[in-house]
Design a protein around this ligand. Sequence first.
Ligand code: OGA
Ligand code: MN
Length: 289
Amino acid sequence: MRNTVLKLTPLSANTGVEIAGVDLANPLSPEAAQEIRDALNTWGAVFFRDQDITPDQQVAFARHFGTVEKRTHPSSMSPVEGTPEVSIIHREPTDGRNTGGFWHTDQCFLPDPPLGSVLYAKSLPTRGGDTMFCHMGAACAELSEGMRAMLRGLKAVHVRLNYHGIGGKPQWGVTPDELEFFTMKYAGQVATHPVIGRHPESGQEILYVNPIYTDRFEGWTREESQPLIQYLCERATRPENYCRFDWKPGSLAMWDNRAVLHYALDDYAGESRTMHRCVVLGPWLQPAA
Ligand code: OGA
Ligand code: MN
């Protein structure tokens, strides 16, 4: 198949578009690459079906959007043999929590989170295992002008340890000993980002909070901050605002980690799931004001 005419089918009002008419095993023409980039800027996530690609071809696709390098964050991911930029996300029926089973953005607890990620389905459960995406530009636009004006003046502190325990209390089946270990390991993984940032390509204002890692507003206590953070996240992730991608063999997704939250559904008990993932580094959100 040649990369000529792309057909775009949105999955929901604001988030996610399926793109047909492209074979990612071949180099993209500059026109096709630009169309995909424009679609990503508009919809926050782009999806392709029936692709048959190697890890190197996945990296070649990702390079159209920024720099691709090895950056494996959860320790549950191991690199693909021969292509260290691509990690394997594998889940066995006996594994505990699945990677990304809550609304989040990737690595918000670092000063330089990746611009986006590319995920390719290798082996899927017979049912379940979808991923949801929610556009935080749309979520920002529907807030009142008064709320946006206040949020533009705020920064938020994102804490990796919150994935394991909050305020020194273990969460989600983590044991106190494990929490002690993670507390040492992730002590430095705390970053502050503006609550509203401007997308470097679309120019859109983006609400950059998520319900687990976003711990508090800078200069506020966690107790003061959480009601507003949770309100913003609940309002943003209403069903009207997200799309749900049903993986099939050969499906590939790329999301803009600056613009969308994502959520990997944990609804395939007793089965396993394997994905290939690489992350793209590049310009981050800019100050809103
Ligand atoms: C990720 C992630 C979602 C999924 O790769 O960052 O959250 O559906 N994965 O596997
Ligand atoms: Mn993720």
